[in-house]
Design a protein around this ligand. Structure first.
Ligand code: GLA
Length: 395
């Protein structure tokens, strides 16, 4: 099985944790259709931890908790498939899952066969309570091989949080995505931390095996299992734009049955999703657009720059067909001014001598700007806000 684009879907953990059941999952599948999420590209409905009983059955098989899932998992798979969607489940490379339910260690082949029998399409595979006498890569190879031989295409979503240098060996396993960062929480600090940790890991990301920055917190507003303080809609928009630019899987984590209009608009912005799902899957790069490069007359210590925020990340990514995605991310608590954000076309690979200019359309506001006198002058960006442009070379 080959996965060519970052997977998109929904996962139960961020909001529901242990409070999952058949009714919730079936309703969530319905909402995929009713709310336009399916049309926007979301596909996988994934049940995370705490779905099983604490004991396996007499044949060593995992048993869905009958109170939560009275008709079993094949029933859920059939329902989800009937909606044209795909079904995902969760297990762990250790003796136990992170919440203390049976893990798949030494049961890999039994569990892969069970998952295939239930007709799942996606397996998230965690890393808690694993034996330390076996290398992490071997633990993931064990399940990868069992899945590859189970007779069904099952997307393998490795979740070892980047531990034990996952980036160096994860592609050996054939995994289709791998958690490159720690768990997300519903706070601006968490979004910022994950994005900045992810930034240097892009050389490991790419088509076939995507760096997974964890499930989205867009629309949680502090509710649910990873609640914390919650974020503003502006922060959620920045969060979604970052995940889109960094080619991360887009797995929704809020309760989509009760989505706010703002959250829905963020999660279904088709132009932003297209930046994430671009077929080229090119590696994003950072534009070393420091203050003194924009105006060589002024040095960083110049009073002109006093109070200007330093934490403004400029990121670009080539898109299939010749366009360029350009993201301006203001991580600071102050306004980012045009001097922080001016983009020299040369840094995007466009020399002045070409005679071409850049035409950039911002994908949240629809506003278009053009480079003039050799600079793409970006309007001010508010604290924690971002701008995400699709840039065309014109003229
Ligand atoms: C780990 C994972 C989370 C979630 C929980 C479930 O913390 O990183 O995404 O799956 O386990 O217990």
């Amino acid at each position: 099985m080959i996965v060519n684009k970052p997977p998109m879907g929904w996962n139960s953990w961020n909001t529901f944790a242990k409070d999952i059941n058949e009714e919730l999952i079936l309703k969530t599948a319905d909402v995929f259709i009713e709310s336009g999420l399916k049309d926007a590209g979301y596909e996988y409905v994934v049940i995370d931890d705490i779905w099983a009983l604490k004991e396996r059955d007499e044949k060593g098989r995992l048993v869905p908790d009958p109170e939560k899932f009275p008709h079993g998992m094949k029933y859920i798979a059939d329902y989800i498939h009937s909606k044209g969607l795909k079904f995902g489940m969760y297990s762990c490379a250790g003796y136990y899952t992170c919440a203390g339910y049976p893990g798949s260690f030494d049961y890999e082949w039994i569990d892969a066969a069970t998952f295939a029998e239930w007709e799942i399409d996606f397996l998230k595979y965690d890393f808690c309570f694993h034996p330390t006498c076996i290398n992490a890569d071997v633990l993931y190879k064990r399940m990868a091989l069992a899945l590859a031989n189970c007779g069904r295409d099952i997307l393998f979503s490795a979740c070892s949080w980047g531990a034990e240098n996952t980036r160096h060996w994860i592609k050996e396993t054939g995994a289709h995505m791998w958690r490159s960062t720690q768990d997300i929480f519903d706070s601006w600090e968490s979004i910022k931390t994950l994005a900045l940790k992810e930034a240097p890991l892009q050389e490991y990301n790419g088509r076939g095996c995507f760096n997974d920055m964890d499930m989205l917190v867009v629309g949680m507003y502090g509710k649910g299992n990873v609640g914390l303080t919650g974020c503003t809609d502006v922060e959620y928009r920045t969060h979604f734009s970052l995940w889109a630019m960094l080619n991360s899987p887009l797995m929704i984590g809020c309760d989509i049955r009760n989505m706010s209009d703002a959250a829905k608009a963020i999660l279904t912005n088709k132009e932003v999703i297209a930046i994430n799902q671009d077929p080229l899957c090119a590696q994003p790069f950072y534009i070393n657009n420091t203050k003194w490069e924009i105006n060589t007359e002024r040095k960083p210590e110049d009073p002109f720059y006093k109070n200007l925020p330093d934490e403004v990340l400029l990121m670009a990514k080539y898109l299939d067909g010749g366009d360029i995605a350009l993201g301006i991310f203001n991580f600071s608590d102050g306004k980012a001014s045009r001097w922080h954000q001016a983009v020299l076309p040369d840094l995007l690979g466009l020399p002045a001598i070409s005679g071409k200019v850049l035409e950039a359309t911002e994908l949240w506001s629809g506003e278009t700007i053009r480079s003039r006198c050799g600079v793409l002058d970006i309007p001010d960006t508010e604290p924690h806000d971002c701008k995400l442009y699709r840039v065309k070379v014109v003229g």
